[in-house]
Ligand binder design. Structure first.
Ligand SMILES: C[C@@]1(CC(=O)O)c2cc3[nH]c(cc4nc(cc5[nH]c(cc(n2)[C@H]1CCC(=O)O)[C@@](C)(CC(=O)O)[C@@H]5CCC(=O)O)C(CC(=O)O)=C4CCC(=O)O)c(CCC(=O)O)c3CC(=O)O
Ligand SMILES: NC(=O)C1=CN([C@@H]2O[C@H](COP(=O)(O)OP(=O)(O)OC[C@H]3O[C@@H](n4cnc5c(N)ncnc54)[C@H](O)[C@@H]3O)[C@@H](O)[C@H]2O)C=CC1
Length: 170
C-alpha cells in the first residue's frame, strides 16, 4: 500500500523527461500546482509547444543526460524508451530525489492518481498502480454521477456518516 499525500509543488523544480502525450498530461497537472517545470525532449507535443512559447515551461530540446536532474525536486520519466526511463529512475535515486516512471509502476517512488477537482476540493483515485485504466473509469463514473446530481455519491457519504455514528457509540 502506498502513502497518500497532496504535495505543495509551488516553485519546486520538476524535471520531465520526454515531451509526448503522457508527459503533457503530467505537466498540465504540474502547472496547475504552480511547479517550476523543465521538459527535456528533442520534440514536444503541440500543447506543450504552446506552454513553452508562453514561458510556462522551460524546454531543453535534446535527449536526456544524467546531470539534468542535478537541481530537481521531482523527476518524471515519460519517454517512449524503457531503457531511458529506467536510467532516469536510477539517476534520480543517485541524486536522492523521487521519480515517477510512466511505463513501470514498480519503479515509481510516487504515482499520479486520477483526480476529480472542484474548487479547492480534490478527490484522488489510485489503484496502487494495478489498473490505471480503472482509476480513470472510477473518476469518470464519479464525475458522471456528480453531473447528474450526485445522488449515488451523496448516498455513499450519508451511509458512511451513519457508520461513523454507530462506531462512535461503540
Ligand atoms: C503507475 C502509474 C504511474 C504514473 O504514470 O503515475 C501508471 C502507469 C501506467 N499506466 C499505463 C497505461 C495507462 N494509463 C492510463 C491513464 C492514467 N494513468 C494514470 C496513472 C498511472 N499510470 C500510475 C498509477 C495510478 C494508479 O495507482 O492507478 C492516471 C490515473 C493519472 C495520470 O497519468 O495523470 C491516468 C488517468 C487519468 C484520468 O483520466 O483521470 C491509461 C488510459 C489513458 O491514457 O486514457 C492507460 C492505457 C491503459 C490501457 O490501455 O489499458 C501503463 C502501461 C503503459 C504501456 O506499457 O504502454 C503503465 C505502466 C505500468 O502499469 O507499469
Ligand atoms: N503512465 C501512464 O499514464 C501511461 C504511460 N504510458 C507509457 O508512457 C510512455 C510514453 O507515452 P507517450 O507520451 O504516448 O509517447 P510519445 O511517443 O507521445 O512521446 C515520447 C516522447 O519521448 C521523447 N523521447 C524519446 N527518447 C528520449 C530521450 N532519450 N530523451 C528525452 N526525450 C526522449 C520523444 O521525443 C517524445 O517526445 C509509453 O511508452 C507508455 O509505455 C502510456 C499510457 C499511459
Amino acid at each position: 500500500m502506498h502513502y497518500a499525500a497532496f504535495l505543495n509543488l509551488r516553485n519546486k523544480a520538476c524535471v520531465v523527461v520526454g515531451g509526448g502525450t503522457i508527459a503533457t498530461r503530467k505537466i498540465q497537472k504540474l502547472l496547475q500546482a504552480k511547479a517550476d517545470v523543465t521538459v527535456i525532449s528533442p520534440d514536444v507535443h503541440p500543447n506543450l509547444q504552446g506552454w513553452i512559447a508562453n514561458g510556462l515551461v522551460r524546454h531543453l530540446a535534446r535527449a536526456y543526460q544524467p546531470t539534468d536532474l542535478a537541481h530537481a525536486t521531482l523527476a518524471f520519466a515519460a519517454t517512449d524508451n524503457r531503457a531511458v526511463n529506467a536510467s532516469v529512475a536510477r539517476d534520480a535515486a543517485a541524486y536522492g530525489i523521487w521519480c515517477n516512471v510512466a511505463d513501470d509502476a514498480e519503479a515509481c517512488d510516487f504515482m499520479v492518481p486520477a483526480v476529480h477537482q472542484h474548487g479547492s476540493v480534490q478527490i484522488a483515485i489510485s489503484t496502487s498502480g494495478q489498473s490505471p485504466a480503472l482509476a480513470k473509469r472510477l473518476r469518470e463514473a464519479l464525475e458522471e454521477d456528480l453531473a447528474d446530481g450526485g445522488r449515488r455519491f451523496y448516498d455513499l457519504l450519508t451511509s458512511s456518516r451513519i457508520d461513523d455514528a454507530q462506531h462512535a457509540d461503540d
